[in-house]
Design a protein around this ligand. Structure first.
Ligand code: GBH
Length: 460
């Protein structure tokens, strides 16, 4: 049986708005997701995160369920507006207390906390007063908020992730408008992304300068789906490479190489902001590990202008900027999100990162799938999810055996939750949540994980 390295980090992940509820409790301020989900038509069947999984009240039970699974690490996010209701200045001590109690509960259960500072729930006040990620003020506000978290939690939290998936914030929030704050533009995504990267870099610099005594590590999590050339033609190979650059290198190049990819500069002209020399220096090397969220794969072909496949299958960012046509293979199995299950794409992406960024330590901070799960006689037989994880974890194992420095894997998600624009209609969890009673039940995949973790292998 093929084993993972001894110290492999087996974890599971969630985010604040998707699970906590308590949207206006104990002094929490509103976030852009509270506002966005209150607008009719934005969320499937009008779902909101007002209650979600009520993790705010049930966190002890949830930690116990994690402990039952034997996970070594738990990745969660802090709701900025819970600890700073207006996003700046005033601190909400009750909000601090909630996360402090959660951290203590995890440590008591021998589970290492991995904390994401920003998983999309920006304090609404910062959107209204400072234009959210479009304004420059956000960089300092984010750093001050990060500072508060390091100061209050850094004695116990040693693993920090500044931002979750800035690509999603920029493209879905400011390009396509399907996520908060719901704006549509072909230039704002590049501006928002610019401030996201600078905010990340400033927070990391601050952590390293002021909190080195805490002896923790800090990084960023980017998301990327694999892009496989549709044919062997030079044009399609170049299209796939370009698609990956517009997807992942957009955010990773500034951090690992000090600037945006050349292809983005060429194609975007003045819609892509410039970094000053001082900013480049501030950004360079600001990730102690390469955080990666990976879900799926698509074929990429050169878009010859006829746009035959263009955007039919999904979202490739602002596709006209890339001149890439995306498509799926008819033989690929699809999840309930219509995302294709292609484990070898995961391995190829890991190899691409390994090569382009000089063998960084990589952590898969999210991987998972939605299926139509049903609770029958107290059990959920989600064999498809189990097969999905088996496939992706075996691909991870192969990558490691080829020398790629993959250090950990967090399953998305610990439990079914508020799936953004899809509301409560998509289930990604290892635990089933009945959204009427809020009762949690481990799915078959959670039980499989328990064995996999115990044996430190995907071949169980
Ligand atoms: C993650 O993002 C989020 O971090 C998490 O909060 C969320 O619950 C989870 O995914 C599940 O959705 O639309 O066909 O072009 C996932 C990022 C980016 C992965 C887009 C899939 C698109 C396939 N996603 N990608 S398609």
């Amino acid at each position: 049986m093929e084993k993972f390295p001894k110290d492999f980090i087996w974890g599971t992940a969630t985010s604040s708005y998707q699970i906590e509820g308590g949207a206006a409790l104990d002094g929490k301020g509103p976030s852009i997701w509270d506002a966005f989900s209150s607008i009719p038509g934005k969320i499937f069947e009008g779902g909101t995160g007002d209650v979600a999984c009520d993790h705010y009240h049930k966190f002890k039970e949830d930690v116990q369920l994690m402990k039952n699974m034997g996970v070594k690490a738990y990745r969660f996010s802090i709701a900025w507006a819970r600890v700073m209701p207006t996003g700046k200045d005033t601190v909400n001590e009750k909000g601090i207390q909630f996360y402090s109690d959660l951290i203590d509960e995890l440590l008591k259960a021998d589970i290492t906390p991995w904390v994401t500072l920003y998983h999309w729930d920006l304090p609404l006040a910062l959107q209204l007063e400072d234009d959210g990620w479009l304004g420059t003020a956000i960089v300092d506000h984010f750093a001050a908020y990060a500072n508060l978290c390091f100061e209050r939690f850094g004695d116990r939290v040693k693993n920090w992730i500044t931002l979750n998936e800035p690509w999603v914030v920029a493209i879905l929030g400011y390009g396509q408008g399907v996520f908060a704050p719901g704006r549509t533009s072909n230039s704002e995504p590049y501006l928002a992304a610019h401030h996201l990267i600078l905010a990340h870099a400033k927070a990391v610099n601050l952590y390293r300068e002021n909190y080195s005594y805490q002896a923790g590590q800090i990084g960023i999590t980017n998301n990327c789906d694999w892009r496989e050339p549709l044919t062997d033609s030079q044009q399609d190979k170049a299209a796939a490479e370009r698609a990956l650059e517009f997807f992942l290198a957009w955010f990773a190049d500034p951090i690992y190489k000090g600037d945006y990819p050349a292809v983005m500069k060429e194609r975007l002209g003045e819609r892509l902001p410039n970094f000053s020399a001082a900013e480049k220096e501030m950004m360079l090397g600001t990730s102690d590990f390469f955080g990666l969220n990976h879900y799926t794969t698509m074929y990429a072909a050169h878009d010859d202008g006829t746009g035959k496949n263009q955007n039919v299958y999904g979202n490739g960012g602002i596709s006209e900027d890339q001149a890439v046509d995306l498509s799926l293979d008819k033989n690929w199995k699809l999840t309930n999100m219509n995302w294709a299950v292609v484990p070898w794409g995961c391995k190829k992406l890991l190899a691409w990162i390994d090569e382009r960024y000089g063998q960084p330590e990589i952590i898969i901070t999210e991987n998972g799938c939605a299926y139509v799960d049903e609770l029958v006689d107290g059990e959920v037989d989600d064999q498809e999810r189990l097969d999905f994880y088996k496939g992706y974890l075996q691909a991870c194992q192969q990558a490691i055996s080829e020398g790629i420095k993959l250090k950990g894997f967090f399953a998305w998600s610990f439990m079914d939750n508020f799936e953004w624009a899809s509301g409560y209609s998509k289930r990604f969890g290892l635990h089933y949540v009945d959204f009427e009673t809020l009762e949690r039940t481990p799915k078959k995949s959670a039980l499989w994980f328990k064995d996999a973790i115990a044996q430190n292998s995907a071949d169980v």
